[in-house]
Design a protein around this ligand. Structure first.
Ligand code: GLA
Length: 388
């Protein structure tokens, strides 16, 4: 828990509202493997991390909800009867989106106060937006006794992203942030939403993130276009194989039958999805026998696919991954999350800070921006903090 942030939230609550808030911690996420296949019914291996959005809430007697973002030094008021997408204060959309989702399910949501801040780096592909959505739905469920299950809350958070943030995302981020478990990754089936926890014990290795610090906003990126391309590819396959409901469930041989009919770009997108699904299965098997080398190779293969077939990488991410090949201490590296910026995930021997320093120095020379290094731990999902 980040005490400095929670104390600040309590202080602001005291001075602005003269009361003590209900405080929620809602984590960001990493993803070991299984990229861009959550919205194709695939298997993914994410984990919640020890970097969170911290959010204080209380009921309000006012005619609007008052929202304060400490990090952005901004505040807004929203009227639950006139919820609208904001183009000027885009951070409010995650909150309005959740309120909207609850109202559309028939809940009456009274007004509330919210003060929040976090230590999830923004725009780093670590799902700070899913963390915020989850914090809001979790708190409103508690404050107004809505009786929602975690499954309901995850879907409401995802819907907020679709309807108010404009990203047609899968379920992975919201699921991992809500359901994370200390020292475990989730093995999530995005089709059935069945999941299990797999221990993340990497022995002499650890997972380290390197942030390219390339500015990117997923709603501006061709994320939604990728999703549409997958739908197009699937509908071609379904002409012959109507029982295949999700692209991740098709086989490479089935896809190959349509090679001449599909546009090369659509073929490549589909090939990536089907191959990534196979890599997740291999990673699960390798993690059971602690074959870290095999997992490292799968990470590299995933990156190559994301770079060349799915085309969601960028030169900065590629340069970070390329450099890692020089070091035996690094078993694997790949871009993580939606792409077009954000972080690489590296499977690296513990105590290899000297290598990380070298990578970051070389990066700075070529990219003209500094990279940042984050060591993260797999942690518990969205929860209420007991601050007394
Ligand atoms: C973003 C989306 C997720 C997922 C990843 C890529 O983080 O929000 O649903 O699609 O990209 O794996």
């Amino acid at each position: 828990m980040n005490k400095e942030i929670t104390q600040k939230i309590q202080e602001v609550f005291k001075s602005e509202f003269n009361e003590s808030p209900l405080v929620i911690a809602s984590p960001g996420r990493i993803n070991l493997i299984g990229e861009h296949i959550d919205y194709n019914g695939g298997l993914v291996m994410p984990a919640a991390i020890d970097k969170c959005i911290y959010a204080g809430f209380s009921k309000s007697g006012s005619k609007k909800s008052r929202l304060i973002s400490l990090d952005l030094k901004d505040e807004a008021r929203i009227d639950h009867n006139k919820l609208a997408i904001s183009t000027t204060q885009t951070w409010t959309n995650y909150i309005s989106g959740v309120v909207d989702g609850l109202q559309r399910r028939g809940f009456e949501i009274p007004y509330f106060n919210l003060v929040f801040a976090g230590d999830i780096p923004l725009g780093a592909g670590l799902s700070s937006s899913a963390a915020l959505e989850n914090a809001v739905v979790y708190a409103l469920n508690e404050l107004f006794e809505l009786g929602l299950s975690k499954g309901d809350m995850i879907l409401i958070s995802q819907e907020a992203e679709h309807k108010f943030a404009g990203v047609q995302c899968g379920i992975m981020d919201q699921f991992a942030s809500m359901m994370g478990k200390e020292d475990h990754v989730l093995m999530l089936n995005c089709n059935s939403l069945n999941f299990e926890y797999l221990p993340l014990e990497l022995d002499e290795y650890e997972l380290v993130l390197i942030n390219t610090n390339v500015d990117h906003v997923l709603s501006d990126s061709p994320y939604n276009e990728r999703k549409q391309q997958c739908i197009d590819g699937l509908s071609m396959i379904q002409n012959e194989y109507p029982t295949i409901k999700q692209l991740a469930h098709a086989s490479i041989d089935q896809l190959k039958e349509f090679k001449d009919e599909l546009l090369p770009v659509i073929y490549n997108r589909c090939r990536f999805v089907i191959e990534e699904m196979a890599r997740v299965r291999s990673a699960k098997a390798a993690s059971k026998i602690k074959d870290w080398k095999a997992i490292g190779e799968l990470l590299y293969a995933s990156h190559r696919g994301l770079q060349h077939l799915y085309e969601v990488s960028c030169p900065e991410l590629d340069s970070l991954v390329d450099q890692t090949h020089e070091y035996d201490e690094i078993l694997g590296s790949r871009m993580m999350g939606g792409g077009f910026g954000g972080c690489t995930l590296n499977l690296i021997k513990k105590d290899s800070n000297h290598i990380l320093d070298k990578i970051v120095k070389t990066y700075a020379k070529h990219a003209n921006i500094p990279a940042s290094i984050y060591k993260v731990r797999a942690s518990n999902g969205t929860k209420i903090l007991d601050l007394n």
